[in-house]
Structures are given as structure tokens and as C-alpha cells.
Design a protein around this ligand. Structure first.
Ligand SMILES: *Cc1c(COP(=O)(O)O)cnc(C)c1O
Length: 266
């Protein structure tokens, strides 16, 4: 099967995948780079999970990604994820969703119903609502604590100095299986400005596992995207979240996902 020409021209690094073969090819390329980054750093390639991010892309393209082997897809916005879940869950019952963006507590009910994973926990109120809804559904959920490692006001996530206390409060929410930590690095072309964000998350994980008895199982580090996942792997990532390098360039600007101002009042 031949690939059609990329539709979006403003970002030539990320050609648009419009066939199952194109998805297979791009996934294999990213996986190869993951494996090589692991090798270079003395890690087993199975240490790092590739989470393919499908935000902004329609269900027609998602079906192609599914045929190419994707069974868990990342989405930043709850409403968008839920709409895709509703459209696809009967047709593709084994396709699961990981919510990787900020969750307002009034949307926790929805996440408790359809999500397989939630990577952006940063408020106790959200943890509480999520836990209550999960108990009602009779489910539990894998969660990651999101940390703001870049210090930018526009990013969600807990300030690093608040993470210890936050983690100490989590065992009361028995439906949450707390797997580890997630972060978004600085958006910068210079890897040496990006790397410190990943280092900070790894150090924080190590300290917390050392300091807090119940945090022993919080091993996971979800960090790295299309532009920086190899650096993240060098610094210990166990999950990388990759969208554009597999689906193709997005036309939606990043500040739609990481707004300038926090939308929610505390
Ligand atoms: C969109 C997004 C990604 C993936 O970004 P790409 O540039 O498409 O690889 C990763 N993490 C989060 C939280 C996102 O919203």
C-alpha cells in the first residue's frame, strides 16, 4: 500500500499517516528509536512503554492506528476522549483510553466510567471525587501524579515541593492504583534545557520512594513526547507519550492544551 502525500506542510518532520501501513511504519520507527535509546543507556527495551497519543485526530484515523496494533490511546481532553470512546467502544471493545490532561473534578464521573488510566492527578479534590465514582462503578484505576517540573505558570501539575504531602494523602483513596509520576518538560529546542525537567522528576520519584513507606510501588515515570522522548528515556522514562511522530503534525496549537491561565478556580 502506498502512502499519500502529507496533508500538513508546516511541520515537515511529522508527515501525516493516512494508511494502516503508514501507522505500522511510524510506530516501528519510534519503537526502534526507543529500543536504541534503551540500549545506549543499559536498559531493557521492555522497560519503556510507548503510549500513542491520538488527541485532535478523528476516529477514522484512530481505526487505522487500531489496525496497526494500538490498543491504548492517550487523550488530553476528557470530553474529546469520551466522545471517541462512545463512538468506538462497541466496534472496538478492546481499545482503551488513557487520559493524560488536566481533569476538573466535575468530569471525574466520566473518567471513572470509561478511562483505563489517568496520568494527570494533581488535586486531592479530584482524587476524592474520582475515588468515590470508581467505588460506585466497582472499578479501580491506574493513576500518575502530575508534577510541574518546568516552573511555567501555564503548566498543570503540582509544584515539586508539594508532591511529598500529596502522595502521603493518597492511600485513603483505595480505588486509585498510584503507579508513579508524569510531567511535561519545557517546550524548547535545546535538549539541555529540557533534560533538567526529566532529571527533577526522576529524583523526586527516588526521594519519595525512599521517604514514604506506601510509595514503594510508585516506579513509573511518564515523560517525553515526539520532540524529546529519547532524552526522557536517557533520564529514566518508563512511559513515553508520542502523538505527532506517529499520527502526523497537529494543527491545534499547544496552548489549547496547556492554557496560559488556569481555568479552574481553586
Ligand atoms: C499532546 C500530548 C503529548 C504528545 O505530544 P506530541 O507532540 O504529539 O508527541 C504528550 N503528553 C501530553 C500531556 C499531551 O497533551
Amino acid at each position: 500500500m502506498s502512502e499519500s502525500a502529507p496533508v500538513l506542510l508546516h511541520n515537515e518532520h511529522y508527515p501525516t499517516s493516512t494508511s494502516v501501513d503508514a501507522f505500522r511504519h511510524r510506530i516501528a520507527l519510534v519503537q526502534q528509536r526507543i529500543d536504541q535509546a534503551c540500549l545506549r543507556n543499559g536498559r531493557a527495551s521492555g522497560d519503556v512503554r510507548l503510549l500513542v497519543v491520538s488527541k485532535t485526530f478523528g476516529t477514522d484515523r484512530i481505526r487505522l492506528a487500531y489496525q496497526a496494533g494500538c490498543r491504548l490511546l492517550g487523550e488530553n481532553k476528557v470530553q474529546e476522549a469520551e466522545r471517541k470512546y462512545e463512538e468506538l467502544h462497541e466496534e472496538l471493545p478492546d481499545l482503551q483510553w488513557s487520559v493524560i490532561g488536566h481533569l476538573q473534578s466535575n468530569k471525574a464521573k466520566s473518567v471513572a466510567r470509561f478511562a483505563a488510566e489517568f496520568q494527570a492527578l494533581d488535586k486531592l479534590k479530584t482524587a476524592e471525587t474520582l475515588d468515590r465514582r470508581l467505588q460506585i462503578e466497582g472499578r479501580s484505576l491506574d493513576v500518575f501524579v502530575q508534577v510541574n517540573t518546568s516552573g511555567e505558570a501555564s503548566k498543570f501539575g503540582l509544584p515539586p515541593e508539594e508532591v511529598h504531602d500529596f502522595v502521603r494523602a493518597l492511600p485513603q483513596f483505595s480505588a486509585l492504583r498510584v503507579k508513579g509520576f508524569m510531567t511535561l518538560a519545557l517546550m524548547d529546542a535545546d535538549p539541555e534545557r529540557v533534560r533538567p525537567c526529566f532529571v527533577l522528576l526522576r529524583q523526586l520519584r527516588d526521594q519519595i520512594r525512599n521517604d514514604i513507606g506506601h510509595a514503594q510501588d510508585m516506579c513509573e515515570l511518564s515523560m517525553g513526547m515526539s520532540g524529546d522522548y529519547e532524552i526522557a528515556i536517557e533520564e529514566g522514562a518508563t512511559v513515553v507519550r508520542v502523538g505527532q511522530a506517529i499520527f502526523g503534525a497537529r494543527s491545534t496549537p499547544n496552548n489549547y492544551y496547556w492554557p496560559e491561565a488556569q481555568l479552574e478556580t481553586p
